[in-house]
Design a protein around this ligand. Structure first.
Ligand code: ZN
Length: 445
């Protein structure tokens, strides 16, 4: 631009900036669609980690949502599985991204973490394959079937996109479901309250602890009519495991019952629940399991009833690499001279795969205006959810844990120093807390 042609200069500026550029841009059209695929393993396929599936009590599902804003699409999917990691996690995301005509970083894949379901990290499987270990692994045939089903479900969803103009937020306290897993016994010693520890009166009597008692629900609606409810609640969801029965457990029962009554598609994500279980309240009897499902259902219903709808605003999605310090390469179980165990083979292979991992993990964040969603990998401890909520202030924030399962438990540094089950079963090291908190703060900014 020649400094002597001010009129040309102004003309050029006026071409670059439309008149009234201080006004907000016209809102891009928002649309959404839900999708669902069967994720029940074939008979004989392994549940966590190597237990063959014998009988299906109820089907496992992969349920999700596609959100579209103008040319951009975002996908969130939640599966009734214990865990999925490695190339398979990436592969399922890639398949959904292709079906939704979007990029992989705009697809979030989480599990609910039921223990009556598969736990598969294909990076660990590669190590077991190379060492010719005998343990049962989820088959490529089943994974190919699941991949095809999910991508078909997303493609179908793309044909059913419907406009939405409201985002609803609601929350309610869930009564007597979540309890802290790491508790001090009467002698001041750190003990683990497992998911079925309610059988032991001493462990049942210990306090619930500082759980996050709220179930949070986000609703997308069009002119007052809800299209989908998305629930978030932080507890390990299992009430039993490891006997060959396949089920979506109490979360599946509550979600399905609410879906039937509400006549709206229900999605559920487990929050940062690495150190939270139903252990205080679960004696593993069928009656108590029904009661737990009933109380979770009541929480969902109360959260739906408390929902207030807000006008939808432009949405944004962020993804960020997360590369925490890792524990050193473990001795592979089959080289240690101990009693042969397919389960311990699988667990140390997963630990080794994470120690050698090249691709960083990812954190994702969806800002829906009135509601925000933080999505974390592994089994993050509840402290990370509380940290994110403290940053959110008055904004409505929901947290989903259990994205790619590969790091296992993502502990606080204090827990790493205290020891106990989770630090021993997690593959990230001291120093993770700072890296994760920095990443959470950066993505929420
Ligand atoms: Zn767990």
């Amino acid at each position: 631009m020649h400094p002597q042609s001010p009129i040309l200069f102004l003309l050029a500026i006026s071409l670059l900036l439309p008149a009234g550029s201080a006004a907000p841009p016209p809102q891009l059209k928002l649309r959404a669609a839900t999708f669902q695929a069967d994720a029940t393993p074939f008979p004989g396929e392994p549940l966590i980690w190597v237990k063959p599936a014998k009988i299906v009590l109820d089907p496992l599902r992969a349920k999700g949502i596609i959100i579209e804003q103008g040319p951009d699409r975002y996908v969130m999917c939640s599966v009734d599985w214990c865990g999925i990691g490695g190339e398979w996690h990436h592969g399922l995301r890639t398949a959904m991204a292709r079906a939704a005509h979007t990029s992989v970083d705009r697809v979030a894949l989480h599990v609910i973490h039921q223990h009556t379901a598969p736990y598969a990290d294909s990076d660990g499987y590669r190590i077991l394959d190379a060492a010719h270990r005998p343990g049962l692994r989820l088959s490529n045939r089943f994974m190919a079937t699941l991949t095809n089903r999910l991508s078909a479900a997303v493609r179908q969803g793309m044909k059913r996109l419907q406009p939405f103009d409201q985002v609803g937020t609601g929350q309610a306290k869930v009564d007597r479901v979540a309890s802290m897993r790491r508790v001090m016994d009467s002698n001041g010693k750190l003990v683990t309250r497992w998911s079925t520890s309610g059988k032991d009166p001493k462990l049942a009597a210990l306090p619930e602890g500082p759980v996050d008692p709220f179930i949070r629900t986000i609703t997308l609606a069009n002119n007052g009519k809800p299209l989908v409810r998305i629930h978030f609640y932080a507890t390990h969801p299992q009430t039993f495991c490891c006997d060959g029965r396949v089920t979506a457990d109490v979360v599946g029962a509550a979600r399905d019952a609410v879906e039937k009554e509400d006549e709206v598609f229900q999605l559920y994500f487990t929050g940062a629940a690495g150190n939270v279980t139903m252990g205080k309240y679960n004696d593993s009897s069928e009656e108590v399991q029904r009661e737990l499902a009933g109380r979770l259902k009541q929480g969902m219903e109360a959260s739906i009833a408390a929902t207030q709808l807000h006008p939808a605003r432009p949405v944004s999605w962020r993804a960020r690499a997360f590369d925490p310090p890792r524990k050193p390469m473990p001795a592979l179980y089959w080289t240690t001279g101990q009693k042969p165990s397919d389960e311990l083979d699988a667990r140390t292979a997963n630990a080794a795969a994470f120690a050698m991992r090249k691709r960083p993990l990812e954190i994702q964040y969806l800002d829906l205006g009135a509601a925000r969603i933080l999505m974390l990998p592994g089994e993050p401890m509840l402290e990370y959810q509380k940290y994110a909520l403290s940053l959110a202030g008055d904004h409505f924030l929901a947290v989903a844990g259990y994205g790619e399962i590969s790091p296992g438990y993502v502990c606080t540094d204090e827990a790493q120093r205290e020891g106990g089950y989770e630090p021993g079963a997690g593959f990230t090291d001291i120093g993770t807390e700072q890296v994760l908190k920095d990443s959470i703060r950066a993505i929420m900014e």
